[in-house]
Design a protein around this ligand. Structure first.
Ligand code: LIP
Length: 307
């Protein structure tokens, strides 16, 4: 019920703040760390630290104490082999440190992302960046909020302005950790189509009229955290976020936060078959576009091999 969700939100928010303290503590401990303290998962850019594991343990334990009957999906538990099928039961879905690469480098776009799924739909999300003290919350049917420096703001901060075309958008994209040749080619081709000058003869001081008629986006951004990209679309700082190859814990909490702020979260059905963003999905609101991994048989096979 709405009041159950409010109680769960209160619990989850406090838990995210405790996890945030541990992330900050880890950041102090980790800086100056040697490469041996940073683990690699499927390849040398898929990083994990002892703090990813510690934060997940804390969150899992507290959830188990408060809601013993709820199921749990977590990035690190999943990597360690705890892979249960999604049911209709209430299920917490957690990324203990979203933006692990940023965490390792001291780039302050790092968060804990805690989502709740019920009947296979995300219904509650809390995303907390302890470095910037920004806490985003979203509850199905109850709106989404940014809490920062002691104040609370309803999202989006300003009414979404209609976007007639991609050419006026600020778009988040991510390189992700799959850098295999087909993936990196598809991604960089899409980046080029989104931000490259469509006029082949355009150059500095060239034919301005032709450039203005083009479709290139205002620019691309990468925050290095899916949950923070979703939250920034909800806030209104980004118009769109597009990524290939996210996991449920990357998108669960962010989905509710973005949807409750009026965004649309969509999988590959609204994208062209190679995952490219098309003009058709832009009809005047802020959009989050996400192409979930495992959408095609080919991707399912690749995922199974990866983890
Ligand atoms: C990361 C995402 C990021 C994506 C990376 C990775 P992590 O999560 O949030 O957007 O591009 O591939 O999945 O590994 O830092 O929890």
């Amino acid at each position: 019920t709405p009041s159950d969700l409010r109680d769960i939100l209160y619990f989850t928010t406090n838990l995210a703040r405790r996890a945030g303290d541990l992330i900050l503590e880890g950041s102090k401990a980790i800086h100056g760390i040697s490469a041996k303290d940073v683990g690699e998962k499927k390849n040398s850019v898929d990083l994990v630290t002892e703090y990813d594991v510690k934060v997940e343990e804390l969150v899992k334990e507290e959830i188990g104490r408060m809601y013993p009957e709820f199921k749990f999906i977590g990035e690190e538990s999943y990597s360690a082999g705890s892979q249960h099928p999604l049911t209709d039961e209430p299920t917490f879905c957690v990324d203990p440190i979203d933006g692990t690469t940023n965490f390792v480098h001291g780039f302050p776009f790092v968060c804990i992302s805690i989502g709740l799924i019920y009947y296979k739909r995300p219904v509650l999300g809390v995303v907390f960046n302890p470095f910037l003290d920004q806490l985003y919350t979203g509850v199905k049917g109850q709106g989404s909020y940014l809490h920062t420096r002691g104040a609370q703001y309803k999202l989006p901060l300003a009414p979404p302005r209609p976007l007639p075309s991609l050419s006026q958008a600020l778009i988040a994209v991510e390189w992700g950790s799959d850098r295999s040749a087909p993936q990196i080619t598809a991604k960089s081709d899409s980046f080029l189509r989104l931000a490259g000058d469509p006029n082949p003869s355009a150059s500095r001081g060239g034919d301005k009229a032709k450039v203005e008629g083009g479709k290139m986006a205002h620019s691309l951004r990468s925050m290095g955290s899916a949950a923070l990209n979703f939250s920034m679309v909800a806030q209104g700082g980004l118009d769109l976020y597009w990524e290939i190859g996210c996991w449920p814990w990357d998108i669960c909490a962010g989905t509710v936060i973005a949807q409750e702020a009026g965004g649309l979260v969509t999988g590959s059905s609204k994208c062209s078959h190679n995952g490219d963003v098309t003009e058709e999905i832009l009809t005047g609101r802020k959009y989050v576009v996400i192409r979930a991994i495992g959408d095609t048989e080919e991707e399912k096979g690749r995922d199974a091999q990866k983890r």
